[in-house]
Design a protein around this ligand. Structure first.
Ligand code: ATP
Length: 250
């Protein structure tokens, strides 16, 4: 990893870039993942590289949904594995959700490397290599585990593709996504969209899981039922417009 001075004004963003590059070098992140990261960075810049109030609210609703779920699954792709492997393991422990590797550009080698990477980061069990069920999608991007995503009632899909998000919603699942682009198909299709960097979002969700474990089921249900995803998305867009006006002096 390159040496980045801690006092560099863009330290956090540059470190994130380094982690993604390292993920490609380790063979866990695809080259397309580099491009996805670039798009995410642009939107992160526009929300001020911090968790907004509405994103924090969405994170709270997402945690309530995971705690209420009977069979929750955290889907892990190459970017998430490079950026937040240890945090995803801790979120799975805090919510009781299973971890499953699920890749857009699937190769058995990459699936197994990500499983090993998550185990090195503390996971005891990671699904994804069995590949014995399918979402209604062509080619390898539809492959899932029958005991994991296929059977899940709630799925967290960070940095997902719009088609797969739609396929999961069409199967009647509640889908939580983390996507810095509030305009993407995934953001508009998911049940709960967290417009935040996956690095900040997953850490926040771990703290929230510990805080919210004491809440009773009715309180968790009230949070979930009161959620309006279109409100979250329009709030993120408004935030970006404000930031653009502020930065450009308009
Ligand atoms: P869609 O099919 O939903 O319209 P897309 O084709 O725009 O998605 P993909 O490349 O499939 O995008 O997915 C990457 C998404 O993840 C992008 O919307 C990007 O903004 C977002 N993203 C990238 N890096 C991060 C990150 N670190 N944290 C959160 N979101 C990110």
């Amino acid at each position: 990893m390159s040496e980045i001075p801690k006092d560099h004004p863009r330290y956090a963003s540059l470190m994130t870039r380094e982690k993604i590059v390292e993920g490609v070098e380790l063979g866990i992140t695809s080259q397309q993942g580099l491009v996805a990261q670039g798009r995410g960075e642009c939107f992160d810049y526009l929300i001020g590289e911090q968790t907004t109030d509405s994103a924090l609210m969405a994170e709270k609703v997402a945690v309530a949904m995971l705690l209420l779920a009977e069979h929750p699954v955290l889907s892990v792709n190459g970017n998430a594995a490079a950026l937040v492997p240890d945090s995803l393991v801790r979120l799975s422990e805090a919510t009781g959700a299973l971890l499953e590797v699920n890749l857009f550009h699937r190769t058995e080698g990459r699936v197994n490397r990500i499983i090993e990477h998550l185990k090195t980061n503390g996971a005891s069990e990671v699904l994804g290599s069995r590949a014995d069920a399918r979402l209604d999608l062509q080619h390898s991007r539809g492959i899932v585990d029958s005991e994991g995503i296929y059977n899940a009632d709630v799925v967290l899909v960070p940095l997902e593709d719009g088609d797969r998000c739609q396929a999961l919603v069409d199967m009647g699942k509640r889908v939580i996504t983390i996507d810095l682009n509030p305009l993407s198909r995934t953001s508009r299709t998911a049940t709960v969209t967290i417009v935040d960097n996956v690095i900040r979002a997953v850490e926040n969700m771990i703290s929230l899981s510990h805080e919210m474990k004491g809440l009773d089921e009715a309180e968790l249900r009230t949070l979930v039922e009161g959620h309006d995803n279109s409100h979250t998305l329009s709030d993120a867009v408004r935030q970006m417009i404000r930031k653009l006006e502020e930065l450009s002096g308009l």
